[in-house]
Ligand binder design. Sequence first.
Ligand code: TXA
Ligand code: MG
Length: 326
Amino acid sequence: MLDVDTSLIDKAVNILDSGGLVAFPTETVYGLGADAANEAAVRRIFAAKERPMDHPLIVHLPSREAVSEWAAEITPEAERLMDAFWPGPLTLILPKNPNVSNLITAGQEKIGLRMPSHPVAQAILEAFGKGIAAPSANKFTHISPTTAEAVKEELGNEVDLILDGGICEVGVESTILDVSSDSYTVLRPGMITKEELEVIIGRPVSLVTQAGHSTVRAPGHHAVHYAPNTPTQVLSRDALYAYLDSLMEVELPIAVVVYEPGFDRKREGVHVVNMPPRPDGYAHELYHALRSLDHLQVKQIIIEDVPNESAWQAIRDRIAKASGRE
Ligand code: TXA
Ligand code: MG
């Protein structure tokens, strides 16, 4: 269990109270937090990230009781989902309370809410006692940070305080489920799968995977999002081997990210990253691995395609986006 430094939590709360920005760890990725009820502070988030104003922010809550301050209507099914998955990596999109600022929701009548499980996130939320608006703590279109060092690299000059909680356990952003209308839709896959959600509510949930299928601004629905700076592509193991065999000296160095054992095309100039073979372990390391590879200054990153299975859905989504493919 992580020790939470109470003097740093007090400092974070003072900064939030005075309209500042605090980056903090959650179980998914690091967030860039501001007082969700302070419009000037929320504007600072958009400026720091260089994020367009039409991308709404998730409000992080200290408790279930706080939900009704932000959401106008909470169905029994939404309650069941909160019972099952909160605190944890699930964001629910609910009809917004009329008094919630349009800045947070980008003018939509819906609000994204989540209760994180990370002890540092919980400590700040509890001490602050109010909602904290927090997108991932990276520049717009970059990979989300999963360590405090990565936050520093992204936003070191823009943020008033960075709290270090080590590497994030989940490693990819929360599952976003829109429960604001009768048909429930996953707007962003995460490590809580569509099937796990369906078990709780007892009916099918649809999945938005492509741009244009959703009427709301969902994350990553840009040609390049969650992307490393290095050109990145996704190939099956066979295609990867064929490609490596065809590469000429001048096209090296490159990096390959594989997850199945038995990779046998080791050669000079090909940097191999072996990812954990199970989805949870893979997700935990993915962004950290991509960020480290960006530092290597290779000519390209090739990621081995992962299984087309539910448990891998969030990873498939993120590696497709890393390669600019959707
Ligand atoms: O795991 C996470 O969700 C992390 C941690 C920090 O909590 N946060 C995160 O926030 O990924 P962000 O802003 O980087 O991505 C959230 C996405 C936004 O891009 C936005 O499109 C979508 O959630 N979103 C937020 N509120 C929404 C709303 N009211 N309607 C539709 N989409 C919404
Ligand atoms: Mg983000």
